[in-house]
Design a protein around this ligand. Structure first.
Ligand code: NAI
Length: 325
């Protein structure tokens, strides 16, 4: 069997980390033939909880799990890493301004980017989950000049999956019959879930989008505000669905997206669709030979353009705040 893939999970003792690592150990992220070596990176105060998680991983007796290390030193945690799941972030606490949040996270992700640049494996692939995910990914990439920017991605797959599920409910079809949905822009309330190009069984997403009242007053806000709705219902933020989306993202990146379909991920813009280069924005993407490619050439109508532009403007403002700290 191949050498174990080194998977570094930051914030591993947190809710999403906890919901991710067992599925990674079970082979759901990298496939049933790929052994894994897990590195759980945590802040010193959460090391005991991470040790407990490592004990439970032991107790899973996972055939593919070759080792688990619990670490509070990023340099050790990312040494030789093939995958970085950057889940840990500074949460917004009471009285904290958005600018303070951006600054606090920008220093975490700048230093993790530097460490990744120095010690990770040459093929390192990074998915940033910790919020503000897009901007954190841009900051990490900017501090890792030797790693191609395209290897720093941010999670919008949860938003994508939410959009697919909502559209499936509306059309009364199975989620498997939905494809070509796109999340554009930022993983925030300004994100734009685009169904104009979607396939919905034998019908097109545009047919559903023609019902503007449903699109504007129901579908788009339901997807964009789903995180808040879950928080209110559960009394805790979405963790299992976020972990599931993170695993979907990495699995598709490594093993490929189905031919003729696409998914959504936030990638460093190449300038496609007029989105400024270097902004980490969500796009329609395909994974080909282990690399994400932006699906180009889609026709963007006025309705979509205005929404994409609004989310991109927010990304620019976040970037300015994060880089000028
Ligand atoms: P959590 O608070 O349960 O866990 C976060 C963990 O990260 C904590 O254990 C903390 O000790 C650790 N941590 C903080 N800074 C760290 C650092 N510098 N290095 C290593 N570990 C560090 O939070 P949860 O629910 O697991 O969420 C994690 C992040 O994911 C949050 O920023 C949240 O906003 C974000 N999120 C993103 C989503 C997306 O779709 N992109 C969806 C849901 C959540």
């Amino acid at each position: 069997s191949p050498a174990p893939a080194v998977v570094t999970v930051t914030g591993a003792a947190g809710s999403i980390g906890y919901a991710s690592v067992f599925r990674i150990a079970a082979g759901e992220m990298l496939g049933p033939d790929q052994p894994v070596a897990l590195r759980l990176l945590e802040l010193p105060q959460a090391i005991p909880a991470a040790v407990g998680t490592a004990m439970e991983l032991d107790d899973g007796a996972f055939g593919l799990l070759k080792s688990v290390e619990v670490l509070d030193d990023p340099r050790k945690a990312f040494d030789g890493a093939n995958f970085g799941l950057l889940i840990g972030a500074r949460p917004r606490t009471k009285g904290m301004e958005r600018a303070d949040l951006l600054a606090a996270n920008s220093s975490i992700f700048a230093s993790q980017g530097e460490v990744i640049n120095e010690v990770a494996a040459d093929d390192i692939r990074v998915i940033v989950v910790g919020n503000p995910a897009n901007t954190n990914a841009a900051v990490a990439a900017a501090h890792a000049p030797d790693v191609p920017a395209e290897r720093f991605t941010a999670l919008t797959r949860l938003d994508h999956n939410r959009a697919v599920a909502q559209l499936a409910h509306r059309a009364n079809v199975d989620v498997g019959e939905i494809s070509r949905v796109t999340i554009w822009g930022n993983h925030s309330a300004t994100q734009y879930p685009d169904i104009f190009h979607a396939r919905v069984g034998r019908r097109s997403g545009a047919e559903y989008a023609a019902d503007r009242e449903w699109l504007v007053d129901d579908f788009i806000p339901t997807v964009a505000k789903r995180g808040t709705a879950i928080l209110e219902a559960r009394g805790a933020s979405s963790a299992a669905s976020a972990a599931n989306a993170t695993i979907d993202h990495v699995r598709d990146w490594v093993l490929g997206t189905p031919t003729d379909e696409w998914t959504s991920a936030a990638l460093s813009s190449t300038g496609a669709y007029g989105i400024p280069e270097g902004l980490v924005s969500s796009f329609p993407v395909r994974s080909v030979d282990g690399r994400w490619e932006i699906v180009e050439g889609l026709e963007i109508n006025e309705f979509s353009r205005a929404r994409i532009d609004a989310s991109v403007a927010e990304l620019q403002a976040e970037r300015d705040a994060a880089f000028n700290r």
